[in-house]
Write a protein that binds this ligand. Sequence first.
Ligand code: FES
Length: 308
Amino acid sequence: MAALNWSSDGKEMFDKIMAIVPEAMQEAVKPMLFGFIEKRAAGKTVTAEIVSAMVQNDLPEPQRSGIMQALGMKKPEEHAAAEPAASPPPFTPQWQGKSERMFEQMLQEVPEALRAVFRGKLMEILRQKCKGGAVIENYVTEIVQEIVPEPFKSKILKKFSEIGEVDISVIDSIIERFGTSQENLTYILHETQESIGYLPPEALRAISNKTGIFLSTVYNVATFYKAFRLEPPGEHHVKVCNGTACHLKDRDGIVREIEQMVTSASSKKVSHEKTLCLGCCDCAPAVMIDGEISTGVDARKKIKQLLA
Ligand code: FES
């Protein structure tokens, strides 16, 4: 490839584009962009105009729209005062199988700044693929195979194969109820856990993608509060009261003994969590096993039987 002769504005624009591309992808993307630019410049100095024409004409979707939006570039049709085209009816995908979780996983690989644009463009591709029918897993896989360069394609396809069986479709209605503000994140996480039973990675990713809250923030909140579970609950679930009355009445340390029994058990049959007052201070130290309150000594006996 011949060395390119850059003007200062051309180089500045190119550097801005590279800053949007995730670091891990830059090595793969740079030669491709150089190839496009070299062809357009045809031996002349590479100006911002040439780089801009490359973005608008040579990049595939959704990368083109994502970069144009991030750089504040207008689409050619936005320059003209033409009649606005009728927008298509809203697309409400009928997700089938793991297709929604795969879609959210794919989006998670897109840089934060481009994610909203990519979501819209990828939804449009899905709409065309499913032609009014359900969104099956194959359509999402096809998109990855068609538009994602290696080595990211293989990485995403591998992550698809690791997605579990949890149904996260309930998250849409939860976010509809609470909105996308970060202030409501704990409510969203709480409701999601109530519906799914715990907070699997795909649920955290979907919450991040759909609200626009950074995944690191969602993860930090989910791990900060003890009330949130990142692991599926066991066949039996034990809530150990951490309230003041129970703490004061537990002179024999039964609560700690129960916690040790459950955490050191080799099977995952019984899961547990610490809670605030269970509303039954008369039974202190109170323990709830599968929704039923027991006092400490009784609870210890029951849990021993469950673990046997
Ligand atoms: S403090 Fe434990 S039930 Fe109230």
